[in-house]
Design a protein around this ligand. Structure first.
Ligand code: BGC
Length: 818
C-alpha cells in the first residue's frame, strides 16, 4: 500500500502561440440551495432515500399487520407483529450500514488530509498552493524544487516522459511524497479538436457536448493531464470581446446547460476514474462584462444582475460537482475578482458550500497591484489568500510572503491550512495518491475514428443557417463544378479555433479537402483570393473570379482567423476584416449562385454581404472535422439545426445588444407606440433590432408551430403548469428543430427581462410529421434573485412563448397565484 503521505502535484498547459507574456412571495435564501457539498449531498440523498424506503417498508409492515389483525387469532397476531418488528429493525440496520458504507470514502479522505496536513511544514503547504508552468526539459534545478515540495501543480507541461519523471520525483523523493497536479487548457478538445465552445453552445445539444468533453478527458488523461481549465462560462453580451469565442454565449440558462454537460464530460461518473479529469469553472466572476468589450477591462455588475445572470452558470457547475474554479482577472465593482471576499467567500463557500479549490488566473494575484487594490506583492498575497484563492497561478507572492504575513499576525495560519486541504481534497478525489496510473509513453497522438466522427456531428449541428434565398441550399450532388474561394477555405490552423495547444493538425479536414474528397478534383475549382482574412490586396481577385466563372456555384469561405478571437483579441470593429467584402462583391458579380460560409470566433457584422449572396451559413471555428461537416450540410446530408447562442447586431454601435434586456419606460415597438414617435428607445440611424436574434437559425425544411396550450390559466406558488405546442414539419426535408420556452413576468418588485429562456428541446421530424412538445413549468422556474441573495417567486401575470427563436413564436399568458 502506498503511504498516505504520497500526495500528487497539479499541472496545466497554455497556448504558446497565443500568449507569451502572462502576467412565494415564498422566499428561499441561496444558502438553502447548497447546504451540502455534492458528495455530502449525495450521501444525504442516499440516506434520506434509504430512510424513506425504510419508512415505506415500515408502513407496509404495519398495513400487513393491520390485515392480520382483522383475521387470525391474538396469538398469531402477536407472532406476526414480532416478526414484522424484527424485520423492520433488520432492514433499517442493513440500510444504515449501506449508507455509512457509501459515505465512508469521503470521510476517509478527510482523515487522510488532516493527517497529512498535520505533518506538513509551512514551506510545503505554500508549495501546494503554488502553480507554475512546466519547466521545459526538466532541468536539475526544477528537479530539486520538486524534491523540496516547491510546487503543487504544473501547467503547460512537457512531454509525457518529463511529466512522468517529475511525478516520480514528487511521489518517491519528496519528504511527504505529495503528487503533482498537472493542468492544461483542454478547452474544446485535446488531440481531437471540436468546435469552439461558442459553436458547441450553438448546437443546443448538451449530450453531444458532454460526449466531446468525455473524449477530450480521455485523450488528455492518458497523457498525464489531471485537470483542465474549462468550462469557461462567462456570460458574453459584447462581441467585441474576443473571448466570446471561448464562452457559451449570452444566455444564463443555455450557458448553464452547456457548462453542466462539459463538467459531466470532463469529470465523468467519478473523478477517480483513470479517464476523468477535474474541470474548472472560469473565470469567476464577471469577466465577460468587460467595459467596451476590451479584454481584462473593469466590470461594474450590480449584485442583482450578477446573481440573475453572471453567477448562474457558475452555480449550475457547482450543482454539477465541478472540482475547481478560477478567479478572474477583472475588477468587479471596485474589487478585483481575485481579491473578492464577496464572490469567493460569501457566495462560493458560505452560500454554495463549495469544498474544492480556487486557482487564480495567470498572475492575477499580483495584478491586483496595477489594479490599485494592493500596495505590493505581500499585500496582494494577503488579500487573495484571505479572500479565498487557494492556489496562485504563476506569480510567486504566496510562497514569498506568507511566512512574514503569518509572523506579523496579518494572516491567520488557518487560512493556509484550509486552502491546502481544499487542494489536497481534489488530489485525493482524483486518485493521485492511490490508483492513478502514470501515462504510457507510446500513445497515438492521432484522434480515433469515433472521436473524429463525433467532431463531425457536433460541428454539423453547430452550423447556423442565416439566409437561404429560394432554397439555394442544399446543393444537388449532381452539380457540375463547385468553386471554393476565400482565405479560410483551406486553413487548418484557423479552423481549429482559439485553444488548439494539443490539437493534431494532420487530422484537420478543411472544406477544400473535404469537397475534393466528395466531388473529385476535377469538379472543384479553387482560389483563395486573399492570403488571410486581414489581407487587403486585390491581387488574388482575378483568379478567384476565374474559379467562379468556371463553376456552377461559388462557395465563399470568409470570416476571421483563429487569432482574431480568444484571449487578448478584442476588436473595435465587427466587420469582415481585410478586403473580404470586396472579394465577395466581385464573385457575386460573376453571376453564379454564391454562398457565404463564415468561419469566426464571434458574431460579425456583414449586412451588405448577406444582402448580396444567396445563402449564409455561419460555421464558427468548427474544429478538425469542419470541412466534412460543412460539406454534409451544404449537400443536404444533414439539415442545419444550429441556433444562435448570442445576438448578432446590425452594427457595432448597437453593442451591447442581447435579447433578455429590460423593457425601458419607452420601448420602441410595444404598447401601440407609433414607429414614428421620436421619443422612444431607439437610434436615429439604424434599427434598434438585431440583424439576427438569439436562438435564431433556419433549416432546409419549414416548421409550423401551433398556438400554445396551457394546462391551466394559472398556477400556485409551489405548483406546476404544462405548456404544449404542436410542431409540424411542413417542408421537404427531415430535420431537427430546437423548440425554445421563454417567459416574462410583466410586473414585479424588480423590473424583469422582456424574455428569458427557461427550457428547450431538440426534436427530429420527418416531412409531414407532427410532434407535440410539452414543457412542465414549475413555479420555481419563475424565481429570481433580489439583492442579498434572496431568491424570490412573486405572484403576478406572466407571458410565455414556445418559439423557434427569441423574437417570434406563439404567446400565452398565465397567472401565478400566491
Ligand atoms: C486565461 C485562462 C487560462 C490561463 C492558463 C489565462 O490567461 O485567462 O483562461 O486558463 O491563462 O492558460
Amino acid at each position: 500500500m502506498r503511504s498516505l503521505l504520497h500526495l500528487p502535484v497539479l499541472s496545466t498547459v497554455r497556448n504558446p502561440g497565443v500568449k507569451c507574456q502572462k502576467v412565494c412571495n415564498r422566499k428561499r435564501s441561496a444558502e438553502d440551495v447548497f447546504r451540502r457539498s455534492p458528495s455530502r449531498h449525495r450521501e444525504r440523498r442516499l440516506l434520506s432515500t434509504l430512510l424513506d424506503a425504510f419508512k415505506r417498508r415500515a408502513w407496509i409492515f404495519a398495513a400487513v399487520g393491520q390485515c392480520h389483525y382483522n383475521g387470525p387469532t391474538m396469538r398469531s397476531r402477536r407472532v406476526t407483529w414480532v416478526l414484522l418488528s424484527a424485520g423492520t429493525v433488520f432492514v433499517a440496520f442493513v440500510l444504515l450500514l449501506a449508507a455509512f458504507g457509501v459515505a465512508k470514502p469521503q470521510a476517509d479522505i478527510e482523515q487522510r488530509i488532516d493527517a497529512l496536513v498535520a505533518r506538513m511544514t509551512l514551506e510545503e503547504k505554500l508549495g501546494q498552493m503554488s502553480q507554475t508552468t512546466f519547466p521545459r526539459g526538466l532541468p536539475m534545478a526544477a528537479k530539486d524544487e520538486i524534491r523540496r515540495g516547491r510546487w503543487g501543480s504544473f501547467f503547460n507541461g512537457g512531454t509525457i516522459q518529463e511529466k512522468a519523471e517529475a511525478q516520480r520525483i514528487a511521489t518517491n523523493q519528496s519528504r511527504l511524497g505529495i503528487p503533482i497536479l498537472y493542468g492544461q487548457d483542454v478547452i474544446h478538445g485535446f488531440r481531437t479538436l471540436f468546435p469552439i465552445p461558442l459553436a458547441q453552445a450553438a448546437s443546443w445539444h448538451p449530450e453531444l457536448v458532454r460526449q466531446a468533453a468525455r473524449i477530450a478527458a480521455r485523450e488528455a488523461s492518458r497523457e498525464g493531464i489531471h485537470w483542465t481549465f474549462a468550462p469557461m462560462a462567462d456570460i458574453a453580451r459584447d462581441p467585441r470581446w474576443g473571448r466570446i469565442a471561448e464562452s457559451l454565449g449570452e444566455d444564463p440558462y443555455l450557458a448553464s446547460v452547456v457548462a453542466t454537460a462539459m463538467v459531466g464530460g470532463f469529470q465523468g461518473d467519478s473523478l477517480s476514474a483513470q479517464d476523468s479529469i477535474a474541470a474548472c469553472g472560469k473565470h469567476y466572476v464577471g469577466y465577460g462584462g468587460a467595459e467596451a468589450g476590451r479584454d481584462y477591462n473593469t466590470t461594474w455588475i450590480p449584485e442583482v444582475l450578477l446573481r440573475n445572470v453572471y453567477l448562474k452558470p457558475f452555480q449550475a457547475m457547482r450543482h454539477a460537482g465541478v472540482a475547481t474554479y478560477m478567479s478572474a482577472f477583472n475588477d468587479l465593482n471596485g474589487v478585483p475578482a481575485t481579491g473578492s471576499a464577496f464572490a469567493l467567500r460569501q457566495v462560493l463557500r458560505n452560500e454554495w458550500k463549495f469544498d474544492g479549490f480556487v486557482v487564480s488566473d495567470y498572475n492575477a494575484v499580483i495584478e491586483m497591484i496595477p489594479h490599485g487594490y494592493a500596495v505590493d506583492e505581500k499585500d496582494a498575497a494577503l488579500k487573495a489568500m484571505t479572500a479565498g484563492v487557494d492556489m496562485e497561478m504563476v506569480s510567486r507572492s504566496y510562497h514569498q510572503n506568507a511566512q512574514a504575513l503569518i509572523g506579523s499576525k496579518a494572516l491567520d495560519p488557518k487560512v493556509v491550512d484550509e486552502s491546502v486541504k481544499n487542494i489536497l481534497r481534489i488530489k485525493f478525489q482524483l486518485g493521485l495518491f492511490d490508483n492513478r496510473m502514470q501515462p504510457a509513453d507510446n500513445l497515438p497522438a492521432a484522434p480515433s475514428v469515433d472521436a473524429l466522427d463525433l467532431a463531425k456531428n457536433l460541428a454539423a449541428e453547430s452550423l447556423v443557417l442565416l439566409k437561404n434565398k429560394d432554397g439555394t441550399l442544399p446543393i444537388a450532388k449532381s452539380v457540375g463544378k463547385v468553386a471554393i474561394i476565400g482565405p479560410l477555405m483551406d486553413s487548418p490552423v484557423d479552423q481549429m479555433g482559439t485553444w488548439a495547444i494539443g490539437g493534431n493538425r494532420e487530422a484537420v479536414r478543411t472544406p477544400l479537402a473535404a469537397m475534393r474528397g466528395l466531388l473529385g478534383e476535377s469538379r472543384v475549382a479553387s482560389a483563395q483570393g486573399l492570403k488571410n482574412t486581414r489581407d487587403s490586396s486585390h491581387d488574388g481577385f482575378a483568379s478567384a473570379r476565374e474559379a467562379a466563372r468556371s463553376a456552377d456555384v461559388a462557395l465563399l469561405f470568409l470570416g476571421e482567423e483563429a487569432g482574431l478571437s480568444g484571449e487578448a483579441s478584442s476588436r473595435a470593429f465587427l466587420n469582415l476584416p481585410g478586403a473580404q467584402e470586396e472579394l465577395a462583391s466581385e464573385i457575386v458579380k460573376v453571376g453564379k449562385p454564391t454562398i457565404a460560409i463564415i468561419l469566426a470566433g464571434r458574431p460579425l457584422t456583414f449586412h451588405k454581404l448577406a444582402e448580396q449572396v444567396s445563402a449564409v451559413l455561419y460555421a464558427w471555428h468548427p474544429g478538425a472535422m469542419g470541412g466534412p461537416a460543412i460539406c454534409n450540410v451544404l449537400f443536404g446530408d444533414v439539415a442545419p439545426s444550429g441556433k444562435l447562442p448570442v445576438t448578432f447586431p446590425r452594427t457595432v454601435g448597437q453593442v451591447p445588444l442581447y435579447y433578455n434586456h429590460m423593457n425601458t419606460g419607452r420601448p420602441a415597438a410595444e404598447f401601440g407606440r407609433d414607429a414614428n414617435n421620436k421619443f422612444t428607445s431607439k437610434y436615429l440611424d439604424v434599427s434598434y433590432t438585431p440583424e439576427y436574434p438569439f436562438g435564431f437559425g433556419l433549416s432546409y425544411t419549414t416548421f409550423q408551430y401551433s398556438s400554445v396550450r396551457l394546462s391551466s390559466p394559472s398556477m400556485r406558488v409551489g405548483g406546476q403548469l404544462t405548456a404544449s405546442v404542436a410542431v409540424i414539419n411542413t417542408g421537404k426535408y427531415q430535420a431537427d428543430e430546437v423548440v425554445q420556452l421563454y417567459i416574462r413576468q410583466l410586473a414585479a418588485s424588480l423590473t424583469r427581462p422582456i424574455r428569458e429562456l427557461i427550457a428547450f428541446r431538440r426534436i427530429h421530424l420527418k416531412p409531414g410529421e407532427k410532434q407535440t412538445v410539452e414543457f412542465n413549468l414549475a413555479a420555481d422556474d419563475l424565481a429570481f434573485y433580489k439583492a442579498g441573495g434572496q431568491l424570490t417567486i412573486e405572484p403576478g401575470k406572466f407571458q410565455l412563448w414556445v418559439a423557434p427563436d427569441s423574437a417570434s413564436g406563439p404567446i400565452a399568458e398565465f397567472q401565478l397565484l400566491p
